[in-house]
Design a protein around this ligand. Structure first.
Ligand code: FES
Length: 150
């Protein structure tokens, strides 16, 4: 075990963990931010997606030892009150069905919009194809991303 200082949602946090502890478990078990979800644990579903220095990253594939000097943003860090344009568009388009994958989907969309403020359908499909939604909400996700980009 070692002590790590990490920056999550703009706040410095100090946690004790093994060097190989995945960020996903740091967030959920050590910091209590449970918006980021566990799906597969092998980097294949996208449920655990967060932003690392503003870019999409899978929390199950990044260890706490990888975080030195980097900034983590989780779904809780997008806005305190659901006022981020993506969150509003998600509500407007009634996107979630079961909702389990949606935090990861929104974080991937946030990374996409940072990179491409007006993404095409192809841009959206290319980004979101790495995110599994068992309810099949892909069409509504696409519409919500277009709406948030307006
Ligand atoms: Fe990380 Fe599936 S839980 S990609």
């Amino acid at each position: 075990m070692a002590q790590y200082k990490i920056n999550v949602n703009g706040a410095e946090r100090t946690v004790e963990a093994m060097a190989d502890m995945p960020l996903l478990w740091v967030l959920r078990d050590l910091i209590g931010l449970t918006g980021t979800k566990f799906g597969c644990g092998i980097g294949a579903c996208g449920a655990c997606t967060v932003l690392l220095d503003g870019k999409e990253a899978q929390g199950c594939q990044v260890t706490i030892a990888d975080l030195k000097g980097r900034k983590v943003t989780t779904i809780e860090g997008l806005s305190k009150d659901g006022s981020h344009p993506l969150q509003k568009a998600w509500v407007e388009q009634d996107v979630p069905q079961c909702g389990y994958c949606q935090a990861g989907q929104i974080m991937a969309a946030a990374a996409l919009l940072k990179q491409k403020p007006n993404p095409t359908d192809a841009d959206i499909d290319e980004t979101m194809k790495y995110h599994v939604c068992r309810c099949g909400t892909y069409q509504r996700i696409r519409e919500a991303i277009h709406e948030a980009a307006k």
